[in-house]
Design a protein around this ligand. Structure first.
Ligand SMILES: C[C@H](N)C(=O)N[C@@H](CCC(=O)O)C(=O)O
Ligand SMILES: [Mg+2]
Length: 365
């Protein structure tokens, strides 16, 4: 099975409700879809969102990185030589992790199709059902409480509460949601870099003193502020998770050695795809550090790949934030991973199992 062509499409899917974080507000998922074609007629699919505020990637940069740097290296390559192909992708240019992720996902899809096996089995197997949390966007307190109650009524047992806008209101937001859903759902906070280290310690100590029990605090401080992250980790009881502060395996090693965070959030769009996500999970396992697997605003194409990784690495990936498809107004994909509110399950279809992507707009480059 040899790669013959790499094509692009644009996928637009409205969100059920605006997604609001300390970094941005989004109403529509607009992602680049990559399809890799082979001489055997097989097609592998990947997807990349343009999360400029986190990865620096834009639609233009994703298409251009793939078209000018990655694709020329891959045409003619044998899919069976997976490790060689991932090296070619990762070495094609610096950064551009979302572009690399989209291509790697499509290559892994084809690699598992080659052996007529679901991807998670090729990655080591596991129980093909996992449970995700759901994001509660930062908003007025009443709206966040209502959104949290609705999520709990829909069966979500873990809520990822977005904060990081205003420290005083944030504390009130969390107290109100905690009081409303106590005993029915675990709360995870994600400040998306919105607090200073001192504010984070103040907020967490106030919440801990008020008896609010939280599962974890994600990325309280600026991505580059590793000292600040460690300052918070050292001073609060709630486990602290690094998200925007860590992209690749080397950063993970540095962060773990510095004891700057308790948990690592692995996202394919930060790692540049599946090969480095697996590397990070293995490194974290060696150090006895837990991981979450997360996503950006992605549909069930690239999130399906993250689900396969989560299942295969469930020994170390103990937390799942793969709610992208649940946030979308509809699922454009007919395929092997089923997203049913908090429950995500994988069928026995080969690769990622994607049969059809509805509404894909062709993108000529
Ligand atoms: C969608 C997911 N639950 C999430 O919150 N992901 C990111 C933010 C993604 C974005 O802004 O597109 C996170 O910070 O964890
Ligand atoms: Mg985050």
């Amino acid at each position: 099975m040899k790669i013959t062509d790499i094509r692009f499409g644009m996928l637009r899917v409205p969100l059920k409700t605006p997604f609001k974080t300390a970094l941005r507000t989004v109403e529509l998922v607009e992602d680049i879809v990559v399809s890799i074609h082979t001489d055997t007629g097989h097609v592998g699919y990947g997807e990349a969102p343009a999360t400029a505020v986190i990865t620096g990637d834009t639609h233009g940069s994703i298409v251009s990185a793939i078209n000018k740097f990655i694709a020329p290296r891959l045409i003619g390559e044998e899919i069976a030589n997976l490790n060689r192909i991932t090296r070619l992708i990762q070495g094609a240019l610096e950064r551009n992790t979302s572009a690399k992720a989209a291509v790697e996902i499509a290559v892994y899809d084809l690699w598992a199709q080659l052996y007529e096996t679901p991807l998670y089995k090729m990655l080591g197997g596991g129980e093909p059902v996992i449970t995700t949390d759901i994001t509660i966007s930062v908003d007025h307190i009443d709206k966040m409480v209502a959104d949290s109650l609705s999520a709990v009524d829909r069966g979500f047992e873990s809520l990822k509460i977005k904060v990081g806008k205003d420290i005083g209101v944030d504390i009130e937001r969390v107290k109100a949601i905690y009081a409303a859903v106590e005993g029915r759902a675990l709360l995870r906070l994600d400040a998306n870099q919105g607090w200073t280290a001192k504010q984070a310690v103040y907020a967490m100590q106030s919440l801990e003193d008020a008896g609010v029990r939280l599962e974890l605090l994600e990325q309280p401080v600026k991505a580059q502020d590793i000292d600040g992250l460690k300052y918070v980790t050292d001073r609060v009881h709630t486990p602290v998770m690094a998200d925007e502060s860590v992209f690749g395996p080397l950063e993970v090693i540095d962060l773990i050695k510095a004891r700057a965070a308790d948990i690592i959030n692995i996202k394919l769009m930060k790692t540049g795809g599946i090969s480095n996500a697996i590397r990070i999970a293995d490194i974290a396992a060696l150090y006895g550090v837990e991981c979450m697997i997360g996503c950006m605003l992605e549909t069930s194409i690239s999130v399906a790949a993250a689900v396969h990784v989560a299942v295969a690495k469930s020994g170390v990936i103990t937390k799942v934030d793969l709610d992208g498809p649940s946030l979308c107004a509809f699922d454009p994909v007919d395929g092997g991973v089923t997203f049913n509110e908090s429950e995500i399950s994988i069928s026995d279809a080969p690769g990622l199992g994607i049969r059809e992507i509805r509404g894909l707009e062709p993108l000529s480059v």
